[in-house]
Design a protein around this ligand. Structure first.
Ligand SMILES: CC(C)(COP(=O)(O)OP(=O)(O)OC[C@H]1O[C@@H](n2cnc3c(N)ncnc32)[C@H](O)[C@@H]1OP(=O)(O)O)[C@@H](O)C(=O)NCCC(=O)NCCS
Length: 154
């Protein structure tokens, strides 16, 4: 049984190299085709915005975002499967939007697998709109899978 945390118990911390064990462990449980430790380490070295959502010692989730000229591109957003469906994804989308506005960005962008209906519903409910697709964007068990592109006006 996982603990249930209240929102006041949770806060954001920087994702740093020494926290990547916990990140990679969640990533492997959350995806069929997870990012590798190297993908996260490269993101940190490149200076992408990478935050952990923590409740005490427990990492509930994380996001990684890349800043462009007047837009921010969300590269990874993940809630530990043990804590999904409790509102933490929305907490991270709020934090991402706040940070992006503070950078002067006008738009948020993301890609999501066509098969990931759950995440699409979370984004749509938040206010993201479907704006296009990218063919064969993701590796899949057999061949490749298309991405749906979504954007959010800040
Ligand atoms: C997608 C993900 C980040 C969402 O985080 P989450 O904590 O599970 O989502 P939340 O509990 O904050 O839900 C956000 C909203 O979507 C709604 N929602 C959640 N699951 C839903 C579903 N299956 N169908 C419809 N709506 C749903 C919730 O009701 C909530 O709305 P509310 O705040 O009005 O109640 C998380 O499920 C996850 O990490 N999934 C695996 C990794 C992944 O797919 N990442 C995205 C890759 S693009």
């Amino acid at each position: 049984m996982s603990a249930v945390f209240k929102s006041m118990e949770a806060g954001f911390e920087p994702m740093t190299e020494d926290r990547l064990d916990a990140v990679v462990e969640i990533e492997r449980r959350a995806y069929g085709h997870p990012w590798t430790r190297g993908n996260f380490a490269d993101s940190l070295r490149t200076g992408y915005q990478a935050r952990l959502l923590c409740a005490g010692e427990t990492v509930l989730g994380y996001f990684v975002a890349m800043q462009g000229v007047d837009e921010v591109h969300l590269l990874n957003i993940t809630v530990d499967p043990a804590y999904q469906g409790q509102g933490w994804g929305r907490v991270m989308l709020d934090a991402l939007a706040l940070w992006s506005r503070a950078q002067g960005a006008q738009w948020l962008w993301l890609e999501v697998r066509t098969s990931n209906v759950r995440a699409q519903q979370v984004y749509l409910q938040y206010g993201y709109r479907r704006v296009g697709e990218r063919k064969n964007y993701y590796p899949a068990d057999q061949g490749r899978e298309d991405a749906i592109v979504m954007s959010y006006k800040l």
